[in-house]
Design a protein around this ligand. Sequence first.
Ligand SMILES: [Zn+2]
Length: 457
Amino acid sequence: MRKPVFIVVILACLLLTLVTIKVRGQSTTVQNPASAAADDVTAAFKSEAFNEHRVSHAAQPSGDFNFGQQPAHSSHFSFGNNDWHAAPAQEINGSMVYMVANSHIDTQWNWTVQDTIRQWVPRTFFDNFKLFEQFPDYKFNFEGVIHYMFFKEYHPEAWPKLQAYVAQGRWKLAGSWIDAVDTNIPSPESLMRQALYGKRFFKHEFGHASEDIYLPDCFGFGYALPSIAAHSGFRSFSTQKLTWGGAIPSPFAVGRWQGVDGSTLIASLRGGNYVAKVRSNPTSNEYWGGELTNIGDGKRVGFRYFGVGDQGGAPDETSVAWVEKGLHEPQGTLRIRNTSADQLAKDLSAQEIAALPVYNGELVMKTHGVGCYTSQAAMKMWNRRNEQLADAAERASVAAEYINGTPYPRERLRESWTRFLYHQFHDDLTGTAIPQAYVFSWNDELISLNQFAHVDE
Ligand SMILES: [Zn+2]
């Protein structure tokens, strides 16, 4: 660190509290760091260093990451407010099951991120594009902003096609976080940054973000999550993992999950197997109609995943054909909707939401994920150090700009955050991936640490 800047940073830290107050009080003259971070996420991914890094991961020619080249949408980002997009609510009649077409990608697990970039990501996008051509009413749901970033970087020629499918409402954005990350190890600030940068990318590229947290495969969920999610502007949450062995019986299929401060999410906790196949008309099948929740006036709702995992791809044609059959030729009284994971919460009226069961507490697991929290200690250490150094770098940068006029390094901070945020993935930070995966994880953790440590350079 250069000496004059070092002195400035020391002074800045001493005056931090005063500066924070001043910044809040003079928002018209001094840029608030939070809003600055939200202002423009695009620059981070246009940096040469970031693109070089990605090339080294995939070991194949990279196109320009091109993030932010098509600013067709609003530049305003209202973090914490649900004003980015509101799909029209549909009235729920009778017994309605929301069928969510799913493709799960483990960004790193029994493979590395190289395999994800080379194989799982492209086949997820291109195989679903083919299904769109075959089945006019098919709608697909996909989470993990980092997967979209990879696809845009390595297949820029297909990006406009994706944007068109999203605009048509056929490709549904889900889980507006950087990735489907573990929720027990990361700090609350990390989870809010997942939302900040995740939503920002979706909104910039597609004009809206999803309003849900989509974690079908994560290893349990702490009591703080509903509060963090609600304060990040989300209204719903879905998973199926607790049915693998929760510490307590899953409290409901669809209900309201309440956090420590009283905030609630519309939660679907028994989404069924996220790789479920459809092999008969779902409107007359007891699996698809087997977890219905009363919402008053004789109406009931259910939520079910169907699709593929953990290497991406698309639901099989037979499943999609049966879903289309169920949409057009329903049998009995059950009806289905093939839509996004957050549509159920959008469709429920205030009265129907009030009729839902409420659970107030944590939703942790006693099987599958427990041992992972004491494995791969280095990964946990690097993640925590990044969280701490990111906070220090952010504060010092704001103070340095305020006192000395040193430009706030928004691009560098955003890039550094995103690089380690995606390694909070539920098979990565937890320690359940193969050793080769951690070559990439540790490399990224250390790059971010170096960038935070030398944020002024
Ligand atoms: Zn997974």
